[in-house]
Ligand binder design. Structure first.
Ligand SMILES: [Zn+2]
Length: 304
């Protein structure tokens, strides 16, 4: 979930003078287009990104197919049953079989990344859902856990077949994905890493879980008391992942459309930027600190 945060931040600050104007500029520059989320369900042609990683999401919301000779892993699901169908069509357009998708994983239990899981599982009955033990209860209930301005933001619940902990390895054929817990945005937010080879060149790939505040209560959060400590630990941890290619869960978190255009123009390094993950973390840590200060000022007596 991301847009809700921007909307909430904008609304709260609207009318607050120069600071509000500055923040509005920041908000707008952070969401250059599609503020209505219509690109979340807008189809685009699926494509190979690097190595055995394929983009099968919509224009605005990512979904990644990681293939192997023993079956495939699908990371993130789109926001809904329709979003799942869009992903399924993308997989088939690339020439892969839905029945070869063996494991469904996601970055976190928010509707925009988990809302299509139930439909995917219904359409691919042999696929197993893996989720972090922190986010599994939210997926199985079909709602956000933890106090949040946006409420429960419900989505179709899905049964989790395997709950995992930090640094779990998912191995399928020649593919290995590692689950790194980076909580805060959700209790079980999971950053996935893998290694690929692109034309003989080894590349480390990171699929970062979101680090945005997204309406989360950082002060007085009764259902997620460690939220501030978790965010801070995740900022530190995320910077330690060696990363040549950062593949985020929202288009605008990594300029995915622009990179795809560069790739279509023949740039073999369109998705390669070893500096990008650090910038991603820096930006979210700055926003987090601003929002924490704002919430502390607004709740002077509240216990953290
Ligand atoms: Zn989210």
């Amino acid at each position: 979930m991301k847009r809700g945060r921007w909307r909430a931040a904008y609304t709260r600050r609207d009318g607050g003078g120069a600071l509000a104007a500055l923040l509005a500029v920041l908000v707008l520059s952070a969401t250059p287009a599609h503020a209505d989320n219509s690109n979340w369900t807008k189809p685009i042609k699926p494509y190979r990104v690097v190595g055995n990683i394929y983009y099968v999401g919509s224009e605005g919301l990512s979904a990644w197919l990681i293939t192997s000779s023993q079956g495939h892993v699908l990371l993130d699901s789109g926001p809904s049953a329709d979003g799942a169908k869009l992903i399924e069509r993308g997989i088939q357009q690339l020439g892969f079989q839905l029945a070869d998708v063996k494991i469904l994983i996601n970055t976190h239990a928010h509707f925009d990344h988990a809302g299509g899981l139930a439909q995917l599982k219904a359409d691919i009955p042999t696929a197993k859902v893996w989720a972090s033990r922190g986010d599994a209860p939210a997926l199985e209930k079909g709602q956000h856990f933890g106090d949040n301005d946006n409420g429960l933001t419900p989505f179709p619940a899905v049964k989790v077949d395997k709950g995992f902990g930090d640094e779990t390895k998912l191995k399928l054929g020649e593919t290995t994905l590692v689950a790194h817990l980076t909580p805060g945005h959700t209790i079980g937010c999971t950053t996935w890493t893998t290694a690929v080879t692109e034309k003989g060149r080894p590349l480390n790939v990171t699929f970062p879980c979101s680090l945005s505040v997204a309406g989360n209560h950082l002060v007085g959060n009764k259902t997620y008391r460690d939220i501030v400590a978790d965010y801070r630990a995740s900022f530190i941890k995320m910077r330690t992942f060696p990363t040549d290619v950062m593949l985020p869960s929202h288009e605008e978190q990594g300029g995915l459309l622009a990179k795809r255009q560069k790739q279509l123009r023949g740039d073999p390094n369109a998705f390669v930027d070893p500096t990008e993950l650090a910038k991603f973390v820096d930006a979210y840590e700055g926003q987090f600190n601003q929002e924490l200060a704002r919430q502390q000022a607004a709740n002077p007596g509240a216990k953290r």
